[in-house]
Design a protein around this ligand. Structure first.
Ligand code: AMP
Ligand code: ZN
Ligand code: FE
Ligand code: FE
Length: 281
């Protein structure tokens, strides 16, 4: 089983990278990609852990992108983690996410939600990419809600009055930067309705022309009709298709290996990805 989309506590997953590797082995995966939001921080620990197992690790990133009010998540497989343009984009996004955390928590506290910036920061590992799930974690720890889901429903959704956006590159620019870094770009969960706007076919065509490699078609947030539509669209545009869990540890209900990617697709990603290598024992 090949699962190409997971998160560790280098962003908003709940497991350390080595623990995530252990969970992937226990789940019976043969290959796992670590794709934390806007960071490569977890790669070293996950690689070291994977070297002691039969599991192959695909180093990746889930790059936050934005256009207008819409957001898009771009998975990047095997990019060079030292490529200056890529490093600069990721740093800019993380810094913006950091000040945005202050602003969101400030708005919530001012409205009487029992949360403080100190409590939220305590949920973020040093150097990790901060996000809304860390605000949720502080509320869970304080006993205000039982799970991240409830905090998202009550206060953290994209249309909430407390929502604040953060810097994110235009997706066409992100596709170009990922390719320049030797990475393989894939649009994550294009039809997910949990974010502002799904990713339209016209934008996917534009990204395909800019160098997009594939679409993440099989994902928990997609309906059967989405899977059919995206599979057809990918075939028309010469894109490959993937399936993944988007595992976040206990932070989401997604289970490792609940959606998987075909070995031939992984071969194509490995052939096109020249920025770094798949880690094998
Ligand atoms: P942010 O990156 O700060 O904009 O927060 C979005 C992240 O929160 C995404 O990566 C999702 O995985 C996560 N998320 C969104 N909705 C939920 C939810 N209902 N429960 C748990 N996590 C969520
Ligand atoms: Zn996430
Ligand atoms: Fe995502
Ligand atoms: Fe994700």
């Amino acid at each position: 089983m090949i699962d190409l989309h997971t998160h560790s506590n280098a962003s908003d997953g709940t497991e350390a990278p080595a623990a995530l590797v252990a969970s992937a082995v226990a789940a019976g995966l043969r290959v796992v990609a670590l794709t934390d939001h806007d960071t490569t921080l977890g790669w070293a620990e996950a690689s070291e852990a994977a070297r002691h197992t039969d599991l192959a690790l695909v180093p990746g990133i889930e790059v936050s992108c934005g256009r207008g009010r819409g957001s898009l998540h771009l998975l990047a497989y095997l990019p060079d983690p030292t490529h200056p343009e890529l490093v600069a984009e990721l740093e800019r996004a993380r810094e913006s996410r950091d000040s945005r955390l202050d602003r969101m928590v400030g708005k919530m506290a001012a409205a009487g939600v029992p949360v403080s910036i100190e409590a939220v920061r305590a949920e973020v590992e040093p150097g990790a990419t901060p996000g809304r799930p860390h605000i949720a974690d502080a509320l869970v720890r304080a006993g205000v809600v039982d799970h991240r889901d409830e905090a998202f429903t009550r206060w953290l959704s994209d249309d909430s009055p407390y929502y604040v956006s953060h810097y994110a590159p235009d997706p066409v620019r992100a596709v170009r930067v990922v390719r320049a870094a030797g990475g393989v770009p894939v649009v994550a969960h294009p039809s997910s309705r949990t974010r502002t706007g799904t990713v339209g076919d016209v934008l996917i065509e534009e990204l395909a022309a800019a160098g997009l490699g594939g679409l993440e078609v099989r994902h928990r947030d997609h309906e059967e009709a989405d899977v059919r539509h995206l599979t057809d669209l990918a075939a028309q545009l010469g894109l490959f298709v993937t399936g993944s869990s988007d595992y976040h540890g206990t932070g989401k209900r997604n289970r490792l290996g609940e959606n998987t990617t075909d070995p031939e697709v992984l071969e194509r990603i490995e052939a096109e990805g020249t920025g770094t290598d798949v880690v094998r024992s």
